[in-house]
Design a protein around this ligand. Structure first.
Ligand code: AGP
Length: 619
């Protein structure tokens, strides 16, 4: 999740733009850049690493001997960007802003352009030359292709060429009074000041300058100048909308208007999943994971897959195991990394070992990956952080694109990891003939619906989850039950509650209940049961009957329309219907919220729980 800032006004804007980027640091980044337009020419400076490097490069660190001083302070129009790399390595060339062939156009973009490869080929055939590996740069060249003296129209034509999940802002050297932005899914807002206007991917970027905000909706083009902002749609029809006054304090602003980072990140899951799957599902024929550069022979001869991870990442791996075995029919072994590395595992050349770690720095997972690699296995890392150690301790990397996660309790990185496992499962299923083309197309179509269904679920269950949290917040023990692909969901739900509410919680395969844990139950024990549609739903419901017979109070997470699950439980939380293997990515949402509200009702710091660190680099 990159950060975009744009300004046009009467004030010198270099410092304003960099200050705006600093307010977006929580979005995470690995490089940054700025472009300022003065006297008909644009000066662009980009720097890898943190904003201090950009400040030095633009001579803002006051010792005057910083890199290249950019276009003397007078510039009053410009763009700036913090990059969270998705396409192309972390380099100065790949940092934004990006220009067209003559650098008359500059753009900054957040998100993913899905059809960037075909557009790049087209533009190259027309003689355009590219200076970066990014998907974003093609936007500058498309604007160059369409530009005929009106930047708004050139951006509109470009917008209609693009497919994906993005927001961008553009500047043209011939139009020193205008910036134009466009939005498709990724956030974009305009800030309206006195004789000046801003564009940004989030309100904190300009909140210190103005509290008058104009929200830009999907499919809209926004043109700003010193007088204000005008919105039009993809066809050019004007859209009227009033600006709103934002009353947030700085802290809330940083959390995007949410009270905590965890709640902000729970609500960023539609974006995190959408960006993680975006351009990897160019068609419904199959998944494009060419970025892994794993050759077909290797994929064909994989005898076994071993997944190693810790904590929440381990639970995402468990969901992945079901998907890969179901779809690709390759045996999958799972192990907690801290166990795997010390059990002298039998692993070798025909094994694919997958290390899942959002931070990319978890010591036990890295050690398990290294051990497997030393023994000849091919190691694939699934991580959220470019440049992390996991990317160096592996032969291939599949990046999730959840953006920086600040809350210690993983939420959006979990659903992004599960989405990545689904991509891998479908990719292997096609490569190994585990599924036919119709079934693959069906599952890809369902996967593409997941981001909007996550949004729908977070909205539809919120009130009910709050009510259940109120009635259970003082409980001193919870039991979570699940079976088959529902088991990893209940393990993850239980971990969330433990992590942030400190309430003792047990999670069990429901079929195991009668072999002991059922003794824990009494008439007040809350039992949370994952009972979404699956081949074992009937079994799950009979386990629910077992615990209810002992007076337990059952809260079930079920697939919408599942009357039998509703009848079998005391309270039910419905999630939208989708393929049973995909249900976990929705079923976890009510459980994240339940843990969250119970912790909040107990007045606990959910972003920084006791005894926990976001990244565990010790063994
Ligand atoms: C999850 O909420 C915890 N923060 C923790 O269990 C975490 O998942 C675990 O430490 C693994 O971290 P990683 O994904 O960065 O390797």
């Amino acid at each position: 999740m990159c950060g975009i800032v744009g300004y046009v006004g009467g004030r010198p804007c270099r410092d304003l733009l960099v200050a705006g980027l600093e307010k977006l640091e929580y979005r995470g980044y690995d490089s940054a850049g700025i472009a300022l337009l003065e006297n008909g020419s644009i000066d662009t400076v980009r720097a890898v690493g943190n904003l201090a490097n950009l400040r030095a490069a633009v001579g803002m660190d006051g010792d005057g001997n910083g890199g290249v001083a950019v276009a003397a302070p007078p510039a009053t129009i410009g763009l700036a960007h913090t990059r969270w790399a998705t396409h192309g390595r972390v380099t100065e060339e790949n940092a934004h802003p990006h220009g067209d062939c003559d650098d008359r156009v500059q753009i900054v973009l957040n998100g993913i352009v899905e059809n960037h490869s075909e557009l790049r080929r087209e533009l190259a055939a027309d003689g355009h030359t590219f200076s970066s590996e990014t998907d974003a740069e093609i936007v500058a060249h498309l604007i160059e292709r369409h530009y005929d003296g009106d930047l708004t129209e050139a951006v509109r034509a470009t917008f209609n060429d693009l497919r994906g999940h993005y927001a961008f802002a553009a500047m043209h050297a011939d139009q020193p009074d205008t910036l134009v932005g466009a939005r498709q899914e990724c956030p974009l807002v305009a800030g309206l000041g006195d004789g000046e206007s801003f564009l940004a991917s989030a309100i904190p970027a300009f909140l210190a300058q103005t509290r008058d905000v104009l929200l830009i909706e999907n499919g809209e083009i926004v043109t700003i100048d010193r007088e204000g902002a005008r919105i039009t749609d993809a066809a050019g029809t004007p859209v009227s909308r009033d600006a709103e006054e934002v009353t947030w304090d700085e802290g809330t602003a940083e959390k995007g208007g949410y009270p905590t980072f965890m709640m902000k990140e729970i609500h960023e899951q539609p974006d995190a999943v959408a960006e993680t799957i975006a351009d990897r599902l160019p068609t419904t024929d199959g998944v494009d994971l060419s970025e892994l550069e794993l050759d077909d022979d290797l994929i064909a001869r994989i005898r076994r897959i071993v997944i190693v991870a810790c904590g929440t990442s381990y639970h995402a791996g468990l969901v992945g195991r079901y998907a890969i075995e179901q779809w690709a029919r390759i045996p999958v072994e799972m192990d907690i990394a801290s166990e795997y590395r010390y059990r002298d595992p039998v692993v070798g050349p025909d094994d694919l070992v997958i290390g899942i770690t959002q931070s990319g720095e978890t010591a036990d997972t890295l050690a398990a990956m290294r051990l497997a690699r030393e023994r000849g296995a091919t190691v694939l890392a699934i991580t959220n952080i470019m440049g992390s150690q996991a990317t160096r301790d592996s032969d291939a990397v599949l990046f999730t694109r959840a953006g920086l996660e600040i809350g210690v309790a993983a939420t959006k990185t979990f659903t992004a990891q599960v989405a990545a496992m689904y991509l891998l499962g479908l990719w292997l299923a096609k490569a190994r003939g585990g599924l036919g083309p119709d079934r693959i197309a069906e599952l890809i179509a369902e996967l593409k619906h997941v981001p909007s269904r996550i949004e729908e679920t977070l909205e539809s269950v919120d009130d009910r989850v709050r009510a259940i949290a109120r009635s259970h917040a003082s409980q001193r023990f919870f039991l979570y039950l699940g079976r088959n692909i529902g088991l990893p969901v209940c393990l993850e739900g239980a971990l969330k509650l433990k992590e942030i509410s400190y309430i003792p919680t047990d999670a069990y395969a429901a079929g195991e209940m009668k072999h002991g844990p059922i003794a824990l139950l009494d008439e007040s024990t809350p039992v949370v049961c994952v009972a979404t549609d699956s081949p074992v739903l009937e079994k799950v419901l009979s386990n629910v009957a077992e615990v209810r017979a002992r007076g337990a109070d059952v809260v079930a997470v079920a697939t919408e329309g599942s009357t039998e699950a509703a009848e079998a439980s005391d309270q039910v939380l419905f999630v939208p219907r989708t393929d049973w293997v995909l249900q976990p990515i929705l079923a976890i949402l009510p459980l994240q919220l339940l843990a969250y509200y119970i912790a909040r009702l107990n007045d606990l710091n959910v972003d920084q729980p006791r005894n926990l660190a976001k990244t565990v680099t010790v063994e």
